[in-house]
Design a protein around this ligand. Structure first.
Ligand code: PEP
Length: 265
């Protein structure tokens, strides 16, 4: 199954109007390619980014979304609000939110469901801690996180979602999962979804996140089950981010050529 490559920038809690403007200008200089590029910016800068990205091929996303509909939930941001500001995606279950802001598996599932109801594509993040990996529990933990979401939104909901495998030990640490480690987990994730629906599993976009840089992007994106990257730190550095998108474009072209050749083309 030939899936399109995606590169999603997660700016986290960084930026100011001037710096954003420069970064957005650089991203707007990206050559057109088959790669789907999305920028997930802090809530207050959605309007700025929406205005700058209007009419471009780059889509806009948020870094979180409320599990509730509009109402008396001080400090929360509803999916309908994100939609109104032109968001296409919302990251849910990022490990920083799971670790620091109490996002449980259940809450992440509720946020995914609420995103879909609002017409957003949730990018559901899953991933194990270093201790869990060292204990040999990485797959069990990721499967548990995935099951919570699958139980809530079903295979039909998964069809309108994206996943990101982000080992917690690789996020912002400079330590990346090897292509083999990442591919093995991505294959497990796809197999897990296949138990519910084979077509949804085949079409599901599963990103890798965790210290992706221009120097390691190509080898990760070349893996069969890695459909691109969720990029934190490197998405704040225009040159690096553009090179990562280029690596995704090249990997997409190579995958297409391979698919063509194996189909006897
Ligand atoms: C992230 O924030 O989703 C992430 C993967 O961060 P970094 O690329 O900095 O590890």
């Amino acid at each position: 199954m030939q899936r399109r490559k995606h590169v999603v920038g997660n700016w986290k809690m960084n930026g100011d109007l001037a710096a954003n403007d420069a970064l957005l200008s650089a991203c707007l200089g990206l050559p057109r390619s088959e790669v789907a590029v999305d920028l997930c910016v802090p809530f207050p800068y959605l309007a700025q980014a929406a205005a700058r990205l209007a009419g471009s091929a780059i889509s806009l996303g948020a870094q979180d979304v409320s599990e509730f509909e509009c109402g008396a939930y001080t400090g929360e941001v509803a999916g309908s609000m994100l939609k109104e500001f032109g968001c296409r995606h919302a990251i849910v279950g990022h490990s920083e939110r799971r670790t620091w802001f109490g996002d449980t598996d259940d809450r992440v599932a509720a946020k995914a469901a609420r995103s879909i109801a609002a017409g957003l594509i949730p990018i559901v993040c899953v991933g194990e801690t270093l201790l869990e990996r060292e204990q040999g529990r990485a797959e069990e933990v990721v499967a548990r996180q995935l099951d919570a979401v699958l139980e809530r939104i079903g295979a039909a909901g998964m069809a309108g979602s994206m996943l990101a495998y982000e080992p917690v030990w690789a996020i912002g640490t400079g330590r990346t999962a090897s292509p083999e480690e990442a591919q093995a987990m991505h294959a497990m994730i796809r197999a897990h979804v296949r138990e519910h629906d084979a077509r949804v599993a085949a079409e599901l976009v599963v990103l890798y996140g965790g210290s992706v840089k221009s120097s390691n992007a190509a080898s990760l994106f070349a893996c069969d089950d890695i459909d691109g990257g969720l990029i934190g730190g490197a998405s704040l550095m225009a040159d690096d981010f553009l090179r990562i998108v280029d690596a995704a474009a090249r990997a997409g072209i190579e995958a297409k050529a391979e698919a063509f050749a194996s189909a006897g083309g």
